[in-house]
Design a protein around this ligand. Structure first.
Ligand code: SF4
Ligand code: SF4
Length: 365
């Protein structure tokens, strides 16, 4: 049986089925977001449909505030809370490899343990493989980092971790994509990807076109959109910084660390600021404005990992000419490594599923 042919099994999916059946009769919220127009194209809901709709939802809460059937009404319609649970279950359903599905339960704790373990291993490696005189010594000028960890070893370790994250993400994405297919869907076209890219990079459904994100207490705000932008573009700029540094290393034969005014450093600083402001803002919103706590551990773990990656990178940048550079470098590398290997098993995967859901939505539209 194809995955998308599965009827709903879990209590969460049965509740999602009940809610979508009510909403499909009501249709009052059809102008609020992409979820309701996508729902209206279906007369029944299989597991793949519900996982697709839940990942199309960005948890703004607007439909809950607008709903005349919300609790304490006997219909007890609460789409955002249920969809948060469905999304959480969908990460386990589609994860690759499947035996790592338990990573998504008590995710915050598990990600913290992995991060702590990576940190300890990197620090033990640093202390164990260097003379004690190297631990707190000055290392400056081009190639300073690579005197502590040779460049080819760094490339091997981080290239492997990042490649693994990409491969695991792609296989999980394939599982999600196949399951969200309904009988009307053909292959997506380039314009579907373009449309989804525009929607995702502008966070269209988190703010404009009257679809204002209604966080709580009926207070409309697009602060979440702003913090998402800081986070997304911060990550993107850090990625660009790494690409530029790779270009410098291999094509210009220039070794890190680079001066303050050089492109990789400027990109890294701007990206780092984004990855501090964005995650902090989202954490603030999460603890102060949202009623939905189901995925709190997973959300917090990913945001804290991004924040720590940026914070340790910026501290390293400021203190790279001090004797603390070696320890700071290995702390930063330990955090980055744990971020890479946990990306397919945390909230990052939602970004991929959401993008694919937007592609599917564009296709259906
Ligand atoms: S959330 Fe409530 S108001 Fe909106 S479509 Fe569903 S039942 Fe209707
Ligand atoms: S919470 Fe927001 S995005 Fe999700 S279904 Fe409701 S209105 Fe749409």
């Amino acid at each position: 049986m194809n995955q998308s042919d599965r009827n709903v099994q879990s209590t969460t999916l049965k509740e999602a089925h009940r809610l979508m059946t009510i909403c499909n009769s009501c249709r009052y919220c059809e102008g609020l977001c992409a979820v309701f127009p996508a729902m209206e194209k279906r007369s029944s809901f299989l597991e793949g449909d519900l996982n697709y709709l839940a990942n199309l939802c960005h948890d703004c809460g607007a439909c809950y505030s607008a709903c005349q059937f919300a609790p304490p009404h006997e219909f007890s319609v609460d789409v955002p809370t249920n969809f948060a649970k469905v999304r959480s279950e969908s990460y386990e359903t589609y994860v690759w490899p499947g035996f790592l599905a338990p990573m998504f339960s008590r995710n915050g704790l598990k990600i913290s343990l992995v991060a702590a373990m990576c940190l300890v291993i990197f620090l033990i490696g640093f202390v164990g493989w260097h003379d004690s005189s190297d631990l707190w010594s000055y290392n400056t000028g081009p190639g300073a980092f690579y005197r502590l960890m040779p460049h080819h070893i760094m490339v091997f370790i981080f290239g492997s971790a990042f490649s693994y994250a990409i491969i695991a993400g792609l296989f999980s994405a394939r599982n999600f994509w196949r399951d969200s297919k309904n009988k009307f869907n053909d292959r997506p076209e380039a314009r579907n990807f373009w449309s989804a890219t525009k929607d995702a990079t502008s966070l269209r459904y988190l703010g404009d076109e009257g679809l204002i994100c209604n966080i709580s207490e009926n207070v409309s705000s697009d602060r979440r959109r702003l913090y998402h932008h800081f986070t997304f573009y911060g990550f993107f700029l850090c990625f660009l910084s790494t690409i530029t540094a790779t270009f410098y290393h291999y094509l210009l034969a220039r070794e890190a660390p680079y001066p303050w005014y050089d492109i990789p450093v400027i990109l890294g600083i701007l990206g780092g600021i984004g990855l501090i402001v964005g995650p902090l803002g989202l954490l603030w919103e999460k603890f102060n404005n949202r009623k939905i706590k189901k995925t709190l551990g997973m959300d917090v773990a990913f945001l804290v990992m991004l924040f720590l990656t940026s914070l340790t990178g910026i501290i390293l940048l400021f203190l790279r000419s001090s004797p603390a550079m070696g320890v700071l470098l290995f702390i930063h590398l330990g955090i980055v490594f744990s971020l890479f290997i946990t990306m397919p098993y945390g909230k990052f995967i939602h970004g991929i599923y959401r993008f694919l859901a937007l592609v599917r939505f564009s296709q259906e539209r």
